[in-house]
Design a protein around this ligand. Structure first.
Ligand code: ADP
Ligand code: MG
Length: 764
């Protein structure tokens, strides 16, 4: 028996930490799979619990400076939500702010020191250009004493994480970004200390006036600042979850012993009757038992118009009542509510890995060792080729500068952040719009969709058909015909059946006693009334019975977009009912948008050929496949796929589940409240087809963001490393100061995260 758990990981500093932890876990016995996410700082592990346990896993990474947060025995009685909160899976706002304020305090000190050494650096520089007077000797010599002290403080106190990275490298052979920075700054520091200490002895070989204390200070200061900015933005990428969590009501008004009492939300149990006052928040999911109101469900479905709710209607926890008052019975509480499911799904999706990330991961894995080699190679090259032309002292100085700059400018972090930050923002933005995405892979696939197959009823049309006409074909009384039809259809779930049953109710016709009953797939229904077997269904059914249809009257209705329902016995036709379903208001516009996105729209339906054609023409649909049996829907999807298209299928998620599963991307269109989420790759939380185009637009925007991020992260390193190494010196005389390398490095991660945050502001 394997089990999968997600743990919060402590001590992660960079994307390469994720791959180090993954590798270490995979070497452990009993570990089937591992996914470590740097952005959410979590590890999802599937293990054989007889062979290993979380403590053992945590032990394996502790020497490397990480640990798992393992819920202790005292946490066992906690609810699922409390567990999640404890694990920090949705780290609270206070925690995040506390983390940030600690970082900010450090940044302030570091930047202040960097400014001091920056001024000293600049003064020297400008004095050399004779812009400012030369620094007074007293100041110069006291700076000569102060700088080593400041650098020592910055390296050993503020730069501690980087020294630890260096220590881990020597002790365990594992390197990450911290190692690079640790090695670079330590090298600059040690060189400067040695030069200062032995200046007289070394004066013959090197330029003893050139020390790099300021480099140590400025590099660490800027990298610390960069980390702070990165963390601050990283928190902002995840604020969709926080907003969802905030939707949760804290308390509920429960009727107990005839009295309304306020209880904390955790105390609400199944079957409780709850009161919702005007402008009150609906605490959990349930069904209205008394009263009615308009409910604003926009926070869940993204639908701006409040929805009218009566007795018997579902309400969803986290939505807002408007002006009415009603009571409802709780049907889902705690982790079963729709909101809880949405939060879990968004969290899961945000932590999942997009296939495109594999490229970045491959490079990240070899990045650090390659940079180490390059840094040493540059140092060696300066000594080897530089000494002859520049002299040993100058070559050594440039070699050291190159060595430090390469280590500092190389940024695996930007590569590691490129994909997950964009996915987090994209998935979160979707959730806000009522577009739930199952995982990053689905979002990536959605971008390439060329064909969308849509269901007719309920997707293109409103799915609430009405009886438009009833034609007597046999001379039986109208009421008798309606009674027989209603009796048969009462047992069916098809929207057509609902239309006929409400038609009978409106006319006050009561159903008859029904003997045996059977639903005929793709055709209609049959049942026995008063010893006679009756059939109600489409033309296919009538043809199978061998009865003749007057095609003229039939086509009159179907060509107007109406669906025919025949009532017949085995011997003859009794009646023809025409049922009309209207196009959704925004269907035409939504399909035009899909066309603009380069997607072909195919309508798939079991309905009559003429009816379907008419509806499709009205909506502007490209291709119609009508009169298909339910099991054939799957084959239609497969056919489009075999033609090399990436195919999405949008359907109601319950009846169309097999077809949704067969498509590259299954899109479940829910009616808003009773949602079977988790079945499809994408769930649209209001049965609104305009969301189809929005979902595709979102995937395109997110994927574009990822590509930009990856591009800039690569380009940055490809240009930055040779520049830092002095590769352009022989031609242009360009030499990058390690201080600028530190600034550039800090900027690269921040710019990737900021670019991801831009996705949030894009309109869909
Ligand atoms: P769809 O959901 O696209 O309508 P179905 O396979 O559910 O596809 O139904 C195919 C056709 O069978 C319907 O369009 C309708 O003509 C007929 N049909 C199905 N159920 C009923 C019913 N209960 N009463 C009358 N006709 C029905
Ligand atoms: Mg159907």
């Amino acid at each position: 028996m394997e089990r999968t758990d997600t743990y919060k990981v402590k001590g992660m500093h960079c994307a390469s930490c994720a791959s180090i932890i993954e590798k270490t876990f995979k070497k452990q016995m009993g570990v089937a799979s591992v996914q470590v996410n740097y952005t959410t700082e979590t590890a999802k592990v599937t293990v054989d619990p007889t062979k290993t346990d979380p403590e053992r896993l945590s032990h394996s990474i502790e020497p490397l400076g990480y640990s798992l947060v393992i819920p202790g025995a005292k946490d066992m009685g906690k609810s699922e939500d409390e567990h999640a909160a404890h694990l920090g899976l949705h780290q609270g706002k206070e925690e995040k702010l506390a983390e940030l304020s600690v970082m900010l305090a450090t940044v302030r000190i570091a930047i202040a020191l960097a400014v001091v050494s920056g001024i000293a650096m600049a003064w020297d520089l400008f004095a050399g250009l004779q812009v400012v007077p030369i620094m007074p000797d007293a100041l110069k010599s006291s700076l000569g004493l102060i700088m080593p002290l400041l650098a020592t403080y910055v390296l050993f106190v503020i730069g501690k994480p980087y020294l630890l990275g260096l220590y881990r490298f020597f002790r365990y052979g594992k390197a990450n970004m911290d190692t690079l920075i640790g090695l670079g700054t330590t090298a600059a520091y040690l060189y400067s200390i040695i030069v200062t200490a032995f200046s007289t002895a070394l004066a013959r070989y090197v330029d003893v006036t050139a020390t790099y204390y300021d480099v140590v200070i400025v590099v660490i200061a800027f990298i610390t600042l960069g980390k702070y900015l990165e963390t601050r933005s990283k928190h902002r990428t995840g604020d969709a979850i926080e907003k969802l969590l905030n939707l949760q009501a804290k308390a509920a008004l429960v009727v107990r012993d005839g009295k309304e009492i306020e209880v904390p939300i955790q105390k609400v149990v199944h079957g409780d009757v709850l009161v919702v006052k005007p402008a009150g928040k609906i605490p959990v999911d349930g069904v209205i038992v008394e009263g009615s109101s308009y409910v604003d469900e926009s926070m869940i479905t993204g639908e701006p118009m409040p929805v009218e709710k009566y007795t018997g209607d579902m309400v969803v926890g986290g939505t807002m009542n408007t002006t009415g008052t009603f009571t409802f019975r709780a049907t889902k509480v705690g982790s079963e509510t729709l909101l809880a499911h949405i939060i879990a799904m968004v969290e899961e999706a945000q932590g999942s890995r997009a296939p495109i990330q594999a490229h970045a991961d491959k490079i990240s894995a070899i990045f650090v060792p390659i940079v180490l080699i390059l840094a040493f190679a540059a140092f060696g090259a300066w000594l080897l080729f530089g000494a002859a032309t520049l002299g040993l002292a100058q070559a050594l100085s440039y070699g050291l500068v190159s060595f430090v700059s390469i280590l500092v400018i190389a940024c695996p972090c930007a590569l590691g952040l490129a994909t997950p930050t964009a996915i987090i923002v994209g998935v979160g933005k979707g959730a806000k719009e009522g577009i739930l995405i199952k995982d990053a892979a689905t979002l990536q696939r959605l971008e390439g969709v060329k064909v969308i197959v849509v269901d007719k009823t309920g997707t293109i049309t409103k799915g609430r058909p009405e009886v438009a006409s009833l034609q007597d074909l046999s001379g039986v009384s109208q009421d008798r015909l309606v009674a027989i039809l209603a009796t048969l259809e009462k047992r069916s779930e098809h929207p057509i059946a609902h239309a006929i049953v409400s038609y009978a109710e409106a006319r006050g016709v009561a159903p008859l006693p029904l003997g045996s009953f059977e639903a005929l797939k793709g055709e209609g229904v049959k049942g026995v009334i008063d010893g006679t077997e009756y059939f109600a269904g489409n033309a296919r059914l009538v043809e199978r019975l061998g009865l003749l249809i007057d095609t003229r009257t039939l086509e009159e209705g179907t060509k107007a977009g109406r669906t025919p329902v025949f009532l017949a016995t085995k011997e003859k036709l009794l009646a023809l009912v025409m049922v009309a379903d209207v196009l959704k208001e925004n269907a035409k516009e939504a399909i035009a948008r899909l066309h603009a996105l380069g997607v072909k729209v195919v309508m798939l339906t079991g309905d009559d050929q003429n009816t379907a054609r008419r509806i499709a023409a009205e909506a502007g649909i490209d291709e119609v496949i009508a009169e298909v049996l339910p099991e054939e829907k799957l084959r239609v999807i497969e056919r489009f796929r075999s033609e090399g298209n990436i195919v999405a299928m949008a359907g109601d998620g319950v009846n169309d589940a097999p077809a949704l599963a067969a498509a590259d991307v299954g899109i479940a269109m829910s009616t808003g409240t009773d949602v079977a989420i988790e079945t499809a790759g994408i769930t649209l939380l209001s049965g609104d087809i305009s969301k189809l185009a929005k979902a595709i637009a979102l995937s395109k925007i997110t994927m574009r963001g990822i590509r930009q991020n990856l591009f800039w992260a690569f380009v940055y390193n490809i240009i930055g490393i040779p520049l830092a190494g002095g590769a352009f010196y022989p031609v242009f005389g360009w030499m990058l100061s390690p201080a600028f390398a530190g600034i550039a490095m800090a900027f690269s991660s921040v710019s990737v995260v900021s670019n991801s945050l831009r996705i949030k502001a894009k309109s869909l």
